[in-house]
Ligand binder design. Structure first.
Ligand SMILES: Cc1ncc(COP(=O)(O)O)c(C=O)c1O
Length: 353
């Protein structure tokens, strides 16, 4: 293997790849580690899947996923040319990194956040300048603006903290960055945030990109579908770096059915939010420190701070949660909210420890 590494560009051979959460799908495993929605997709999606004929597979799909863009534009009151669909939010993040960061430059993001951002920046042979979130997770506005980065990432709600920065603060950051850089507001967990969104900013700020996904609120992480929203010029530019057919025919059809069924999305989100609040209260009552979350997961500190030991003990009991072990996170676990039965099983396992 080492013999072949020499063929890679130096910055790729020394790159540390992104580590996704474990995907163990064995029966009996309670999976609360990758922020999936515990409910199935909308019945309308299941119907659309049954309707798909083999001809859809024979032909190339729509290059710009027009069916989805038209449906989403109607739901959100947007122009369809302000929407760029992608193979999951992750692909759109990659397209954004490719478009705005050159080798040797630095992108900016508050720390801790979604760890994929740094990997995508490093693939560009660029670096990440981290700005620590303050203890109260309010936006470090001056510090982020001072980096003067051509690209700034803001996950909102943030992962793995579940905290939210209100739109007026994000607007202030966008204005400060406008002379030199783009601001990506990654709203992967927007559905669980009680309506908090920065979507209106795309009309006033030519440097703002909003990112959404169907993986969380729409219960379709396996489909791989996300979309970016921005002014027409940014979307037109991003289209230049996309694969010709970056969304496949099946995902376009199912994502279109899902986005039209907002009633089901709201139902699935309401279940998760109610359970998130129950779990936050239950764990707080057991002496755990729970960061108030507006997402579909909670970041928690066990009373003794022995997070790694808890992670391992839960895994032995077939319950998977996420342990990061990095700075500011080594004493914490990130727990995805599951069904009421899954969450109660987790509480029972904690009580038995
Ligand atoms: C903050 C954040 N952004 C984006 C994504 C990407 O989601 P997907 O590629 O499934 O659309 C995730 C997935 O966990 C995430 O946590």
């Amino acid at each position: 293997m080492d013999m072949a590494m020499k063929y890679f560009l130096p910055h790729i051979s020394k790159l540390e790849a992104y580590t996704p959460g474990e995907q163990i799908n064995a029966p009996g495993v309670i999976k609360l580690n990758t922020n999936e929605n515990p409910y199935p997709p909308s019945p309308q999606v299941v119907k659309a899947l049954a309707r798909l004929g083999p001809d859809r597979l024979r032909k190339y799909p729509q290059p710009y996923a027009d069916d989805f863009r038209v449906a989403a534009a109607e739901v959100f009151g947007l122009d369809a040319d302000m929407i760029l669909p992608g193979n999951g939010g992750d692909e759109l993040l990659r397209m954004i990194a490719m478009s705005f960061i050159a080798p040797g430059q630095a992108a900016a993001a508050p720390y801790p956040t979604y760890t994929l951002y740094e990997v995508l920046v490093q693939v560009q042979n660029a670096a990440m300048t981290w700005v620590d979130w303050p203890e109260d997770y309010s936006l470090p506005l001056d510090e982020l603006a001072a980096v003067k980065a051509p690209l700034t990432f803001l996950a909102n709600p943030n992962a793995p903290t579940g905290t939210v920065v209100e739109c007026d603060m994000v607007a202030k950051l966008a204005r400060r960055l406008e002379p030199f850089g783009v601001l990506v507001v990654d709203e992967a967990y927007f559905d669980f945030a009680g309506g908090a969104t920065c979507l209106p900013l795309v009309r006033e700020h030519p440097n703002v990109i909003i990112l959404r996904t169907l993986s969380k609120g729409y219960c379709m992480a396996g489909l791989r579908f996300g979309y970016a929203v921005a002014c027409r010029e940014l979307i037109a530019g991003l289209r230049k770096v996309k694969d010709s057919y970056n969304c496949d025919a099946i995902s376009i059809a199912l994502a279109t059915a899902a986005i039209k069924d907002q009633k089901y999305r709201q139902w699935a989100v309401d279940q998760v939010v109610a359970e998130r609040d129950r779990m936050s209260a239950e764990l707080t009552g057991r002496g755990w420190n729970v960061l108030p979350s507006r997402s579909n997961f909670i970041l928690v500190r066990p009373p003794d701070g022995e997070a790694k030991r808890r992670y391992e003990a839960l895994k032995r009991r077939n319950i998977l949660v996420r342990y990061f072990g990095s700075r500011r996170l080594s004493d914490k676990l990130r727990i995805t909210i599951g069904t009421p039965a899954e969450n109660s099983a987790l509480l029972a396992a904690i009580d038995r420890m």
